[in-house]
Design a protein around this ligand. Structure first.
Ligand SMILES: NC(=O)C1=CN([C@@H]2O[C@H](COP(=O)(O)OP(=O)(O)OC[C@H]3O[C@@H](n4cnc5c(N)ncnc54)[C@H](O)[C@@H]3O)[C@@H](O)[C@H]2O)C=CC1
Ligand SMILES: O=C(O)[C@@H]1CCC=N1
Length: 253
């Protein structure tokens, strides 16, 4: 299977790295060169094929990982020659795009998160109502290589994408703040960073293995009358829960 990539920024690069980790051959990946040299650098670093024009992207699947504002223009260009599957990480209306495509090409949407880079991602996907079973299977098989796949109706792709793809940044802010607090209280940065990351990984794995409700994670650590519940009460006092809900609301706009 040959995979094309238009847009070699953060998420495009993450996909390439994830696919290579999943034993996809570099020779089967084709990257469209870009003005800012990012594609050239990626192709050089990982020995991928670099192509100068969309007409040379004669692949089974082409991934579009560019700003949303440029999708229509890029699909229009692809539409001149391309007959395979197009997966947009950057939006576009399924029905409008599919109706516009000639040569049998099909348009699919996905909002992966950056952990696809290490095969631990989440990939919410939406297909047009009339998408063929074979195409759905091909795309799901591809993204299974880099993470967990969720096929959702197009109108829910936004919230799935936010919860999968935007929350790593929110959690990053939370982790940095917790690490800062450790440093404030005298920990060295290295220990504080390592402990916070292992706390996150271990707690997530524990909750998954024990099939815990998320609300139970708090209860598991909070000794009655102890230090944890005092911290939880402070989080409530300062509006942490609402801050996260407002963050999702802001991302969803
Ligand atoms: N970063 C993430 O975690 C995720 C990003 N996305 C979406 O993927 C898209 C790309 O996001 P990032 O990689 O974060 O952005 P980025 O800014 O890191 O990368 C965008 C890349 O597209 C290239 N580009 C811009 N216009 C182009 C055009 N007309 N033709 C070819 N290349 C072009 C730029 O040179 C740049 O390398 C966005 O639409 C974003 O919403 C979706 C899921 C997750
Ligand atoms: O920040 C963004 O717009 C993209 C969408 C999901 C994750 N990153």
């Amino acid at each position: 299977m040959k995979i094309g990539l238009i847009g070699a920024g953060r998420i495009g690069s993450a996909l390439v790295k994830g696919l290579l980790k999943a034993q996809i051959e570099p020779d089967d990946i084709f990257v469209l060169q870009s003005r800012r040299q990012t594609a050239q650098k990626l192709a050089q670093q990982y020995h991928l094929n670099l192509v100068a024009d969309t007409a040379q992207l004669q692949c089974d699947i082409v991934i579009i990982a560019i700003p949303g504002s440029a999708v229509a223009q890029v699909v229009k260009k692809l539409n001149q020659t391309y007959a395979g599957l197009i997966v947009s990480f950057a939006g576009g209306d399924l029905q409008v795009m599919n109706q516009s495509l000639q040569h049998g090409a099909r348009f699919i949407k996905a909002v992966p998160n950056t952990a696809i880079e290490i095969g631990q991602g989440i990939v919410p996907l939406s297909f047009a109502a009339d998408e063929s079973a074979a195409n759905k299977q091909l795309i799901q098989d591809l993204f299974h290589k880099v993470g967990q796949v969720y096929v959702v109706p197009e109108e829910q792709l936004g919230i799935y994408g936010t919860i999968a793809g935007c929350t790593p940044a929110y959690v990053g802010v939370m982790l940095e703040a917790l690490s800062d607090a450790g440093v404030l209280h005298g920990m060295n940065r290295e220990d504080s960073r390592a402990i916070i990351l292992q706390m996150l990984a271990g707690t997530a794995q524990l909750a998954q293995e024990e099939n815990m409700a998320l609300s139970s994670i708090k209860d598991y650590s909070a000794t009655p009358g102890g230090s944890t519940i005092r911290g939880v009460a402070a989080l409530e006092e300062f509006g942490a829960r609402n801050a996260f809900i407002q963050a999702v609301n802001a991302s969803e706009k």
